[in-house]
Write a protein that binds this ligand. Structure first.
Ligand code: CUA
Length: 354
């Protein structure tokens, strides 16, 4: 019978080379390609906002220092392994042993201390720049509240409440318009993260955290909850929509309006107000004033349902109202047990909330 032999030397080398290639492609090559792909996948190496820019700079410094250490240590190791490998005809004696070399011990104490000190200073400076920034008088103030599993977004000065989509103006060199965020949670710890705009900030119950963004290009930036917060943590997505100045003013005006009462969808409207929907949801200008779930006043102005779980189309909305649990299991919205006819009426009404 054949006996399995221990791994051969050649496979040891192959394994080493494979690990090196894996590390190199993951950390060095990967992000470069990802930055060029127009996939909409977000990328910390492609910042488009002031704090994200500062974080990128400090992360490149850290990566460069670590790459230097990796090359020196890896190089010396490779050199030693190859140069002093066992050769045929070796006498098998141990090489001379060195004990208590002051130079060696001094070197491997001082070099790491200096390295860590440089990293500490650079990081502390960036933290100070980001966290110490004072809001200018005309900054936009927004309160973001984390819920299991969606984001409530309030504009206290504008009287607007929405969900899962943070609309902000673009900041231009001639007119800087940063947005300062207050972050709160009503239940468990979440974390607010839009990689191209700013670093992660924890969103913690009974505590108010602050951060700011200053996007310099209009567009839609995707983000997500970055702290495990329960079953649907992965479906707690966030969009930041950055508008050119005038477009933002237009968005604000639209959001301030209340919805028109369309007689064609009266049946659905009456149904909506006769169910417990109104205990959790608000529709501005009506008796629906619940705050437990997302504000629905301008539901159809949003791109997704269930915080990025499904696109916000009539068909998906119907499926969502029929039974949210089939789309986002564990979410706090129950199945309202509506009949097909009631579903049609309810969705017809919800579609008018633009
Ligand atoms: Cu909220 Cu994870």
């Amino acid at each position: 019978m054949k006996v399995h032999l221990p791994r051969k030397k050649s496979s040891f080398w192959a394994l080493g080379a494979a690990s090196f290639l894996f590390i190199a492609t993951t950390f060095l090559v990967g992000p470069v390609f990802a930055a060029d792909a127009a996939t909409g996948v977000t990328n910390i190496f492609k910042p488009l906002s002031t704090p994200a820019q500062a974080i990128r700079e400090v992360s490149l410094l850290v990566l460069a220092i670590c790459a230097g250490i990796f090359l020196v240590v890896g190089g010396l190791l490779a050199y030693t392994v190859v140069r002093f490998r066992r050769r045929p005809g070796d006498d098998g004696r141990e090489p001379p042993q060195i004990y208590g070399s002051n130079q060696l011990e001094f070197a491997w104490t001082v070099i790491p201390i200096v390295t860590v000190f440089v990293l500490f200073l650079a990081t502390a400076r960036t933290i100070y720049d980001v966290q110490g920034a004072a809001p200018p008088a005309d900054a936009l103030n927004v309160t973001v509240v984390g819920h299991q599993w969606w984001w409530e977004i309030r504009y206290p000065e504008l009287g607007i409440v929405t969900a899962n989509e943070l609309h902000v103006p673009v900041s231009e060199p001639s007119q800087r318009r940063p947005t300062f965020l207050k972050l709160e949670s009503v239940d468990v710890a979440h974390s607010f993260w839009v990689p191209q705009l700013a670093g992660k900030t924890d969103v913690i119950p009974n505590r108010e955290n602050r951060m700011w963004i200053e996007p310099t290009q209009p567009g839609t930036y995707v983000g997500n909850c970055a702290e495990y917060c329960g079953l649907q943590h992965a479906h707690m997505l966030l969009r930041v929509i950055v508008h050119p100045g005038e477009e933002f003013t237009k968005w604000v005006a639209e959001q301030k309006q209340t919805s028109a009462d369309d007689p064609q969808t009266r049946a659905g409207r009456d149904l909506f107000f006769s169910t417990s929907c109104i205990n959790c949801h608000t529709v501005k200008g009506t008796q629906a004033a619940g705050t437990f779930g997302p504000d629905l006043t301008h539901l159809m102005s949003r791109e997704t349902l269930g915080a990025g779980t499904a696109p916000n189309t009539a068909e998906k909305l119907r499926a969502w109202v029929r039974d949210p649990q089939t789309i986002k299991e564990g979410c706090n919205m129950p199945n309202m047990q509506l009949t097909d006819n009631e579903l049609d009426q309810m969705v017809a009404y919800l579609l008018t909330l633009k």
